[in-house]
Ligand binder design. Structure first.
Ligand code: SF4
Ligand code: SF4
Ligand code: FES
Length: 238
């Protein structure tokens, strides 16, 4: 194992540039360890984001050698090329500084896709019973595990071409609610995802599905939304 890595790190805002650092290499080192070493030992002004370090929060997502990833779950040995790494902020989001992106538009799109649960039960009602093997629950089994990390959004070329496109994570969220037996506002939700910035804009490139660290398939969710939107349109419900 070489003793050092050459690491190019994005500095500044969207008009910034890469800065190169030499970082000692260790066994089992993650890309987040590398960024943390730079910030603690070489340049304390480096801005980046993380919280759990164990693949639960999604806040450490960055672009590593051109690919969006959770840096705390990415081992240097798997991604370094000739002892070099290039680390930059997630694509398709405004850069605040260095490796930190502004996630507001990502979550604004969840709101636009009606990603908020709107049940009708009150706290006086008994817990709703959702049969684990019911068709709707099975359809969203993986989709409900989304933690909103933005990796799929950064991987999607359609978001790059059309910044109004709601994107894979917001549409996946809408799909989980469309199949939620407790949810009552699905006509509005289908209307929200039926527009030209909604599910029909997806080109089924599958990059979101290939990159999702939780093995969720937003592509399948979006295909499901397309079917439900078509059905609602034929029934005159849109
Ligand atoms: S679908 Fe996967 S990649 Fe996309 S935000 Fe959710 S967890 Fe992250
Ligand atoms: S399948 Fe659709 S949402 Fe996913 S990356 Fe491709 S175009 Fe984007
Ligand atoms: S720091 Fe939480 S997923 Fe990486």
């Amino acid at each position: 194992m070489a003793s050092n890595l050459r690491v190019s790190v994005w500095r500044g805002g969207s008009a910034g540039a890469f800065q190169t650092f030499e970082v000692p290499r260790h066994p089992s080192q993650t890309v987040l360890d590398v960024v943390t070493h730079i910030q603690r030992a070489l340049d304390p002004t480096l801005a980046y984001r993380f919280a759990c370090r164990v693949g639960m929060c999604g806040s450490c997502a960055m672009t590593v050698n051109g690919v969006p990833r959770w840096t705390c779950r990415t081992h240097v040995d798997k991604v370094a090329r000739d002892h070099t790494l290039e680390i930059s902020p997630l694509r398709n989001l405004p850069v605040i500084r260095d490796l930190v992106t502004d996630m507001r538009e990502f979550f604004d799109k969840w709101a636009k896709a009606k990603g908020e649960f709107r049940g009708t039960a009150t706290k006086k009602d008994d817990f709703a019973k959702v049969e684990p093997r019911s068709a709707g629950r099975v359809l969203v089994d993986k989709g409900i595990e989304c933690i909103g990390c933005g990796v799929c959004y950064a991987a999607c070329d359609v978001v790059s071409w059309n910044p109004r496109y709601l994107g894979p994570a917001a549409l996946n969220r809408a799909w989980t609610l469309v199949n939620d037996a407790r949810e009552k506002e699905n006509a509005q939700r289908l209307r929200a995802v039926a527009g030209d910035a909604g599910c029909h804009a997806c080109h089924s490139h599958v990059s979101c599905t290939e990159r999702c660290p939780k093995h969720i398939s937003p592509t399948a969710a979006i295909a499901g939304l397309k079917r439900e939107v078509a059905k609602a349109a034929l029934q005159g419900d849109l």
